[in-house]
Design a protein around this ligand. Structure first.
Ligand SMILES: CC/C=C\C=C\CC(=O)SCCNC(=O)CCNC(=O)[C@H](O)C(C)(C)COP(=O)(O)OP(=O)(O)OC[C@H]1O[C@@H](n2cnc3c(N)ncnc32)[C@H](O)[C@@H]1OP(=O)(O)O
Length: 273
């Protein structure tokens, strides 16, 4: 397994297709450094390419999920030179690079589940809104904090959060930057479930991930791909897209196995992707 400065990949059980990806700068509450934006897409791509991986669980080492952009990294990308045009072009390129790093979660064919405890602030919210499923603990707290740093949030929250919790709630959270709790995140639909403790969340999320990991990899990756694509299409275009997708993917060994295991009353067994 590759080594990273800001991340850690753990396979808890060698027979399991569930891999954990940990944000790993716990002394700085997993603040997102420049290295993170290079390493995160690399780590996701390596998990995506690894046939032993079916599901990825993203969480934070230490007491918090993520305290947002590393405030030192932020000052390094905005440092001024005398040429405003060139400075602006460089800053734009950096923002695009950071955006691509977050979008790597969506580019990964395999489901990525966010498990949030403690703080999930700014860039942390950008990351979890790109994830496929979100859970948190009772002590988790969230903030779309950018407005308080005089920043228009630019790594995906303003684009992805509305389709998760609606335009009005996104506007209110992004304009106020206020902190909200795990239970409010559940009420809003940002997370699917709130667990009482981190241990309970780790166990509950692992069970969900194992359940998804035992399903047809073709159907799981197809579901992720089609749902994400359909978000940005009209209904008719989305239906057309899935018809074309399934004309290529439906007639698979997985379909034969799903039907025969059902009639033989046994658990299906699918080959890796
Ligand atoms: C181009 C732009 C791209 C992206 C932009 C993204 C925007 C954002 O992400 S906006 C959000 C930025 N983050 C914040 O404003 C959060 C700052 N942190 C906090 O508010 C608090 O740390 C806390 C999360 C509420 C937790 O508080 P507490 O438990 O009291 O811990 P602390 O003592 O404050 O922190 C411990 C240690 O970590 C350092 N630290 C925390 N957050 C960051 C950070 N984001 N960047 C750098 N360092 C951070 C903090 O300074 C402490 O370090 P010491 O050396 O011990 O002082």
């Amino acid at each position: 397994m590759e080594k990273y400065k800001t991340l850690e990949i753990v396979q808890q059980n060698p027979n399991s297709p569930v891999f954990n990806l940990h944000l790993n700068r716990p002394s700085l509450l997993n603040a997102l450094s420049l290295d993170f934006f290079t390493e995160f897409p690399k780590a996701l791509s390596s998990l995506d390419q690894n046939p032993n991986v079916a599901v990825i669980v993203l969480s934070g080492n230490g007491d918090h999920f993520c305290s947002g952009i590393d405030l030192k990294a932020l000052s390094s990308i905005t440092s001024e030179s005398s040429d405003h045009g060139r400075t602006a072009e460089r800053v734009r390129r950096e923002i695009k690079r950071f955006q691509e790093a977050v979008t790597a979660v969506e580019r990964c064919r395999k489901p990525v589940i966010a498990a949030v405890h403690g703080a999930c602030i700014g860039g942390g919210v950008d990351i979890i809104t790109a994830c496929d499923i979100r859970y948190c603990t009772e002590r988790a707290f969230f903030s779309v904090k950018e407005v308080d740093l005089a920043i228009t949030a630019d790594l995906g929250t303003l684009q992805r959060l509305p389709s998760i919790i609606g335009h009005g709630s996104t506007m209110e959270l992004a304009l106020t930057g206020r902190r909200f709790s795990g239970s409010e995140a559940k009420e809003l639909g940002l997370v699917s479930k709130v667990f009482s403790t981190k241990d309970a969340m780790d166990e509950g999320v692992r069970a969900v991930a194992e359940e998804i990991g035992a399903k047809s990899p073709l159907a799981v990756t197809g579901t992720k791909a089609v749902l994400l694509r359909s978000r940005d299409l009209t209904l008719d275009q989305g239906l057309d897209y899935v018809a074309t997708w399934n004309s290529g993917m439906l007639l698979s060994d997985d379909l034969v196995e799903a039907i025969s295991s059902y009639s033989q009353k046994r658990r299906p067994s699918f080959s890796k992707l």
